[in-house]
Design a protein around this ligand. Sequence first.
Ligand SMILES: Nc1ncnc2c1ncn2[C@@H]1O[C@H](COP(=O)(O)OP(=O)(O)O)[C@@H](O)[C@H]1O
Ligand SMILES: Cc1cn([C@H]2C[C@H](O)[C@@H](COP(=O)(O)O)O2)c(=O)[nH]c1=O
Ligand SMILES: [Zn+2]
Length: 280
Amino acid sequence: MLTISRMKSILTPTLSAFTLQLPKATHLPLLTSKSFPCNPNPTTTLLPLKPTTLSPTCSIHSIQSRDVHMEPTTLPPGEIHVIVGPMFAGKTTTLLRRIQSESSNGRSVALIKSNKDTRYGLDSIVTHDGAKLPCLALPALSSFRQKFGLDAYDKLDVIGIDEAQFFEDLYDFCREAADNDGKTVIVAGLDGDYLRRSFGSVLDIIPLADSVTKLTSRCELCGKRAFFTLRKTEEAQTELIGGADVYMPVCRKHYVSGQVVMEAARTVLESQNVQCVSYA
Ligand SMILES: Nc1ncnc2c1ncn2[C@@H]1O[C@H](COP(=O)(O)OP(=O)(O)O)[C@@H](O)[C@H]1O
Ligand SMILES: Cc1cn([C@H]2C[C@H](O)[C@@H](COP(=O)(O)O)O2)c(=O)[nH]c1=O
Ligand SMILES: [Zn+2]
């Protein structure tokens, strides 16, 4: 039975529902109410999709039966949501809240963190306030499907990723999970390291994202909004796992002044190390 809505879906298909394939060099005339006497809205003009060689008097039925190939409906499109900011800004708290909200809405969820984050054990994601949820701790995101189970993965709706700055394969995993597998991916991670440089691949996934949320903490020295993370120790490598013992959230003014002090301290320590080595 050919209905108006079916005609519209044929003449104005939505990409997500069907793939409409008409033969090349076809010419569909501008269809008006005269072409479809059953058109309930004579003022509505059904616009042509692609030209077709079909004669202007052909019935929509012949287009439908002879020339239209309907693909089955594909997966609903996925989503990517990114949560960034300095340490202690509430990134993990926000991630866990969103995951819990998705779960209470009946969606199946899973949490992943980097196995580099050993601060609170490897079987849970834990906020600096102690809130926690179970997770899979992985060396790389590419191992998730296998570890989680392929059937279980197919049934999964939402994937949460914490400490995203430690995953080198973050971009490819998020793109494939959202674009190909229809998953909603919620990513939490540091946008910048202690030198305020792009950390890992977190900023690389911004062009893939449906939403980006930058959180702030409170400057430990003045209480103003903190956008940056200052390292309080002399280590100079980028990756250094730690909490309030090693890092503090600071505003711009106290980052700049604090970084000057820290760089001077590191220089003194380096020169002392050099002297120690030369005396040894
Ligand atoms: N300077 C700080 N030292 C320790 N904890 C802090 C500090 N500032 C904020 N916090 C706590 O950290 C919590 C945020 O924890 P979490 O969500 O794990 O942050 P993030 O994942 O952004 O590092 C805040 O709600 C606050 O209670
Ligand atoms: C700034 C900075 C941080 N890290 C480490 C320290 C922590 O283990 C995590 C961040 O944890 P959070 O959930 O954001 O509190 O990253 C690092 O390795 N290098 C840095 O420059
Ligand atoms: Zn400050």
